[in-house]
Design a protein around this ligand. Structure first.
Ligand code: ZN
Length: 186
């Protein structure tokens, strides 16, 4: 089932999401719905707060980026209860966008390498090291679980420059191609 995406201004995007237990109701369906919602909106990743749930899950499928980043080809994965334990390496800029911040893209600087602990569907624990574009995608999705959006990480000048466009999202004056939940009704 395709779910509507919560956009900028919804308080759920600002909460620190909670770990879930293996008996979380309808977890399989939830994960399937998250993939479906992500594909329907041409996203590379989707975190649970973006569908209104303050729980620690995100899904990623970066196959669409494989032309520019061959290493992204097979990067399809669900992360349950993820916790980044280390971030290091040189910072680099990448032009990020977000389904919850439609029509805005900004260069964001992040460290190059992360270590992340998480579980997959069967609640088996994993620890992975990612760098480059994979780390970048995970860092962006992970931020959603911490109540952080990529626009929090840009310069004051850039923030000022996108203020009017953010306000359009707040007031519901944008029309993405996918279904969204606005913070305020028009
Ligand atoms: Zn996002």
């Amino acid at each position: 089932m395709i779910l509507p995406v919560y956009v900028y201004g919804n308080p759920v995007l600002r909460e620190v999401a909670k770990d879930i237990q293996p008996d979380y109701p309808h977890l399989k369906e939830l994960i399937a719905d998250m993939y479906e919602t992500m594909y329907a909106s041409d996203g590379v990743g989707l975190a649970a707060p973006q569908i209104g749930l303050s729980i620690r899950i995100f899904v990623i499928d970066a196959v669409g980026m494989a032309e520019d980043y061959p290493e992204a080809k097979d990067f399809k994965k669900v992360f349950i209860n993820p916790h980044i334990t280390n971030e290091e390496g040189e910072e680099w800029y990448y032009n990020e966008g977000c389904l919850s911040v439609p029509f805005i893209r900004e260069d964001v600087s992040r460290k190059s390498t992360i270590i992340i602990q998480y579980m997959v569907e069967e609640f088996k624990p994993h620890t992975d090291v990612y760098d480059g574009i994979k780390a970048r995608i995970v860092q962006h999705e992970y931020d959603h679980l911490e109540g952080i959006l990529f626009i929090d990480k840009i310069s004051l000048i850039r923030k000022r420059m996108i203020k009017a466009r953010l306000n359009n999202i707040l007031t519901g004056n944008v029309k993405p191609k996918y279904k969204v939940v606005f913070a305020k009704k028009k």
